[in-house]
Design a binder for this molecule. Structure first.
Ligand code: ZN
Length: 701
């Protein structure tokens, strides 16, 4: 009885056992099935491409920047030296050429080690498994990841040949210091192309990927060298090299360079911020960092380099000469508690005024200290740099450069709370002067008198049409630039005058092309004709006087400027801003210098003392090889030599004259009535009478 019971129990127990085993098997199969569903298919494996860098070019096709996540330089299997391949096979996966993605001998060994350690350890992975991990999986040591890796490895082996697998693997693996792939690693560590590597170097390179932080010869040469010797021994053992080659390699001296390519100081960092933001907002991160696209910009690399260096050099100089505090060199960058730098700042932008292309842009003194792009983000008072819009409004409404305006004191809203008593920079009054002189010498009082004649509302409306987008309060103080705007706005407004009345829209992307060469977008200049070309030409002609007889004479006298140019200085209340905007027929540059905190730069700081030297040195440099050209005179303009005092045709007796532009038919017809022959006779008569009087006095004595 008991025996039967025992047998029954035994059968039942066996049955239970079978159930449990079947259950476990079923669960395992289902789990494997589910996991395998999440592993990339053969189709995806075949189409896989490592992330590609996106390159940004300047307007002449010179590369200026590369956006990438990982630095790699792909090479084909045939470019890779045999020794290097053998070194990797010897140390990472000696049965690579024979297995189907998995090496069961090593796997069993690895599992035993894992059990012994009580956690999954590295190792036991074939080259194919490592490739699988690098291609698709995140490097965590989890069991499911391990299973996925094995499934993927088998799929990869079925999709690619051994050579293809090796090529992909060697182009993908990480060598430390931000370097991926054998070619980039060879250049980084040894400063040579992969084809020039000797056996010793190849073995050393193969030593690194197991743990780049541990075996980087740059970090620990001795440790890397020890592993290199192990690899050479393995190569000898596996018949990859002869005893002689082995001995030779052991004795080969190795020089480590450790130099990264293309990590010089970043070029045009503020401009690149603009490019990055634009591309991110339109195409997203994957396109920018992995897309392998090409971005063609309007930047001129040569102009940009000149702008960067001259702005930095001059600002350093100003700090020294004028004893400005705090100095840039004293600024301490604190990554934990970042404080915006307080030192003197500057900004520069160059446009092609005819197209709106941004050719150079410096948004601040040091992008590492402050990413604030002063060209487009700063809101500053333009001060006298705004005056050309006042004079343009007058000229477009029938005034001429030889017309008169009073440079005399004025008080507005006298006795009221908003009383305004503008002053000239030199606190002097020149009396009745020509518009040309008033603008060239930047006379505040003359300009206030003029805006009262033509109306602040009209000036605001003209400035708006010229391209100023900031709010323009229609008050008389607009004459002196009591508004806030960005340097790019001011440059846009000036462009409209510079290019004969076409309002342009500044732009910086010419073309975006994807990795297959498909043009995703392209931009052409956007021009709207908003002003009479004759009026704009007359103002350009007036602004030439800034250089020849006005506030920018220093450019000619002290900085050797010898070209045709038009421009305007700008200085604001309490010497907070120094501006200069000037253009030649084809290039317009706006320079600003000041403190972010709106402090006084120093007593006496002006547009002429800071922004102008930067402008002049920079423009001289970039125009160096180009011929000097005149501004094109539009049809409908005639010139006449005019007496400054009478505003009539000059005679040989007039002491001060200008050759002035007029709209055809508007030029004066009569000769000067002050200094003409008639005037001269009266002068002689007076002199004779005086002499006569003195003679008579002497006779009486
Ligand atoms: Zn005269």
């Amino acid at each position: 009885m008991g025996k039967i019971l025992e047998r029954k129990d035994f059968l039942r127990a066996t049955l239970y056992g079978v159930y449990i085993y079947a259950g476990i098997l079923l669960i395992t199969v289902i789990t494997l099935f589910i996991i395998s569903k999440t592993v990339p298919s053969a189709y995806i494996i075949e189409r896989y491409k490592p992330p590609l860098a996106t390159v940004v070019y300047d307007r002449n096709g010179k590369p200026i920047h590369t956006f990438f996540l990982e630095r790699r330089i792909p090479v084909s299997y045939f470019q890779i030296p045999k020794h290097l391949i053998n070194a990797f096979i010897a140390v990472e996966d000696k049965r690579f050429m024979r297995h189907y993605g998995l090496d069961f001998k090593r796997l069993v060994k690895a599992i035993i080690i894992d059990i012994y350690l009580g956690r999954p350890a590295q190792g036991g992975s074939t080259i194919t498994q490592q490739l699988a991990r690098n291609m698709f999986l995140t490097p965590q040591k989890l069991l499911t990841r391990k299973i996925k890796e094995m499934i993927l490895a088998v799929r990869i082996e079925r999709t690619f040949s051994k050579e293809e697998i090796l090529e992909k693997y060697l182009n993908l693996i990480y060598f430390g210091h931000g370097v991926y792939g054998v070619e980039a690693a060879s250049r980084f560590y040894f400063g040579k192309d992969i084809g020039d590597l000797n056996l010793a170097e190849s073995a050393l390179l193969a030593a690194i990927p197991r743990s780049p932080s541990l075996y980087s010869p740059l970090r620990n040469f001795e440790r890397a060298k020890r592993r290199q010797r192990v690899i050479l021994k393995l190569m000898l053992k596996n018949g990859f090299i002869t005893k002689e080659e082995y001995e030779d390699a052991l004795n080969t001296e190795i020089t480590i360079v450790g130099k990264r390519e293309g990590t010089k100081e970043e070029i045009a960092p503020y401009f690149m911020d603009m490019v990055r933001r634009y591309i991110l907002s339109r195409y997203g991160e994957d396109f920018l960092f992995k897309g392998g696209g090409k971005i063609y910009t309007t930047l001129d690399l040569d102009y940009q380099m000149a702008a960067d260096s001259i702005l930095k050099l001059e600002l350093d100089k100003f700090e020294k000469i004028h004893h400005l505090e705090p100095k840039k060199e004293e600024y301490v960058r604190d990554s934990v508690n970042p404080q915006p730098p307080q030192y003197l700042q500057g900004a520069l932008v160059t446009l092609d005024p005819n197209t709106g292309e941004i050719l150079a842009l410096v948004g601040g003194r040091d992008h590492n200290d402050s990413e604030f792009n002063r060209v487009i983000q700063a809101e500053r008072q333009p001060g006298s740099a705004f005056k050309p819009f006042v004079y343009f409004t007058a000229i477009d409404n029938g005034y001429y450069p030889c017309d008169k305006v009073e440079d005399l004191p004025i008080i507005l809203n006298e006795g009221q709370e908003n009383e305004w008593k503008p002053e000239n920079y030199d606190k002097k009054y020149l009396g009745e002067i020509t518009l040309r002189k008033a603008l060239a010498l930047s006379r505040n009082l003359a300009t206030v008198h003029l805006i009262l004649e033509i109306g602040p509302g009209a000036v605001a409306s003209y400035a708006r049409r010229a391209g100023i987008t900031s709010y323009l309060p229609p008050y008389p103080s607009l004459a002196l630039g009591a508004v806030t705007l960005s340097p790019i706005e001011l440059a846009t407004g000036f462009s409209t005058i510079a290019n004969y009345g076409y309002r342009i829209r500044p732009y910086f992307i010419k073309k975006v092309v994807d990795k297959n060469g498909v043009v995703l977008e392209s931009h052409k200049p956007l021009r709207v004709h908003v002003f009479d070309s004759l009026s704009t030409y007359i103002v350009t002609n007036m602004l030439e006087s800034t250089f020849t007889e006005g506030t920018a004479r220093g450019a000619i006298l002290h900085y050797g400027w010898n070209r045709v140019a038009a421009g305007k200085t700008g200085t604001t209340n309490e010497h907070r801003d120094s501006w200069f905007i000037g253009y030649t027929p084809g290039l317009l540059t706006c320079v600003w210098v000041g403190y972010d905190s709106l402090r006084t730069i120093y007593e006496g700081a002006s547009g002429a003392s800071m922004a102008l030297p930067i402008w002049t040195l920079y423009m001289k440099k970039i125009l160096d090889e180009l011929p000097d050209t005149e501004f094109v005179v539009p049809q409908g303009i005639v010139f006449a030599e005019v007496c400054d005092q009478s505003g009539l045709l000059a005679t040989q007796y007039c002491p001060l004259t200008h050759i002035e532009p007029f709209r055809e038919g508007d030029e004066p017809q009569e000769f000067c009535n002050i200094h003409g022959p008639k005037g001269r006779i009266q002068k002689l008569l007076k002199e004779f009478q005086k002499q006569e009087l003195e003679f008579q006095r002497s006779v009486w004595k």
